[in-house]
Design a protein around this ligand. Structure first.
Ligand SMILES: CC(=O)CC(=O)SCCNC(=O)CCNC(=O)[C@H](O)C(C)(C)COP(=O)(O)OP(=O)(O)OC[C@H]1O[C@@H](n2cnc3c(N)ncnc32)[C@H](O)[C@@H]1OP(=O)(O)O
Ligand SMILES: NC(=O)C1=CN([C@@H]2O[C@H](COP(=O)(O)OP(=O)(O)OC[C@H]3O[C@@H](n4cnc5c(N)ncnc54)[C@H](OP(=O)(O)O)[C@@H]3O)[C@@H](O)[C@H]2O)C=CC1
Length: 281
């Protein structure tokens, strides 16, 4: 089995970044999470520690506390063999994040983006070492998901793809290798279902609960498309839909209901309300 890098860096310790940190820590890597300010760094640390505590409760061996470090400057990525960015789904944010990571890492480090939908080649365009860059697209919730989509850019070398798929296996997940195409494989299909469900809700075809139940019991999906949108974050799904609309046109135009809920700050589970009310964040 491929050996994990001794140190893995994560930029952005939100829902996904914290989950990614948790996965590499459980597999034995040291992980450094960088956030934009000290308060967010503390919040990121707490998210990872909560996930580790949940794993410990299930009898899973968890790493020493000092294997996780959190902070604000990317300088601490100097030792990392792999750095994954998980900042919000916004091109400008990601370009800035990747430039900061590249400025800090050693030449042989692999840099990855957890983007759900932004073109890996578009992100690579501004990079000095695009051959060592690729997409590592994790799924939410990371601890409960067996998949990582490995997205290859035109410049990504086969050696980097091999290393990355090996690392995915080393953290106990399955890799699918997808060429850079809008929405890759998973977001294009997942968002198509999610947007159609929102349009059906707008048209009064059925309640959110009944639309979801149709897919849960009828198609044996673990969770219906509206509940999934709440878990993912309505803002995240809107960002993906806008990216896909640019590539494929009107079939991915975000429904007005999605835009309205995001504008009102109803982003799903993380804010307590989306298509459902949530007491647990
Ligand atoms: C937007 C994108 O770019 C890509 C995306 O992610 S799209 C969204 C993809 N995700 C989905 O579609 C979610 C589909 N739904 C599901 O998989 C399930 O309904 C669900 C996992 C969310 C909940 O199912 P559940 O059976 O109630 O799960 P739950 O028991 O809470 O957790 C499942 C496992 O993960 C673990 N887990 C979940 N969250 C955890 C956390 N935060 N920390 C540690 N462990 C956690 C649980 O301990 C549990 O482990 P075991 O199976 O070993 O006991
Ligand atoms: N949610 C999902 O289901 C999935 C999301 N993704 C992708 O993962 C990425 C992150 O999404 P998600 O985790 O949901 O988003 P969150 O909003 O939960 O997390 C983003 C994190 O990045 C931090 N951040 C913002 N700006 C910076 C910065 N300049 N430097 C360092 N950290 C920063 C935020 O800090 P602060 O809290 O201070 O704003 C926040 O903690 C997106 O690209 C998304 O598309 C991929 C798969 C699934």
């Amino acid at each position: 089995m491929t050996t994990l890098p001794e140190t893995v860096g994560v930029l952005g310790g939100g829902r996904m970044g914290a989950g990614i940190a948790h996965a590499f820590l459980l597999a034995g890597a040291r992980v450094h999470v960088v956030e934009r300010d000290a308060e967010s760094a503390d919040a990121a640390r707490e998210r990872v520690q909560t996930a580790l505590a949940r794993s410990a409760q299930k009898g899973i061996e968890i790493p020493d506390a000092d294997d996780l470090t959190t902070g604000v400057g990317t300088d601490a990525f100097a030792d990392a063999g792999l750095v994954i960015e998980a900042v919000p789904e916004d091109r400008a944010f990601k370009l800035d994040a990747l430039a900061r990571i590249e400025g800090a890492v050693r030449d042989d480090a692999v840099v990855a983006s957890n983007t759900s939908s932004i073109s890996i080649d578009a992100l690579a365009g501004a990079m000095r070492r695009p051959q060592r860059f690729l997409g590592l697209h994790f799924f939410n919730p990371v601890p409960a998901s067996a998949l990582v989509e490995v997205v290859t850019g035109v410049a990504t070398t086969p050696e980097v793809v091999r290393a990355a798929t090996g690392w995915v296996e080393a953290i106990g997940k399955t890799a699918v290798v997808v060429r850079d195409a809008p929405g890759f494989a998973s977001s294009r299909l997942g968002v198509a279902l999610g947007l159609e469900a929102i349009r059906m809700l707008e048209e009064g075809v059925a309640s959110a609960h009944d639309i979801d139940t149709a897919m849960e019991l009828g198609y044996r999906h673990p969770m219906g498309p509206l509940r999934t949108t709440d878990i993912v974050g309505l803002d995240v799904r809107l960002g993906i839909a806008e990216e896909l609309e640019r590539a494929f046109g009107a079939r991915f135009t975000p429904p007005a209901l999605l835009r309205d809920l995001v504008a009102q700050g109803h982003l799903g589970r993380k804010t307590g309300r989306g298509f459902y009310e949530w007491s647990e964040r």
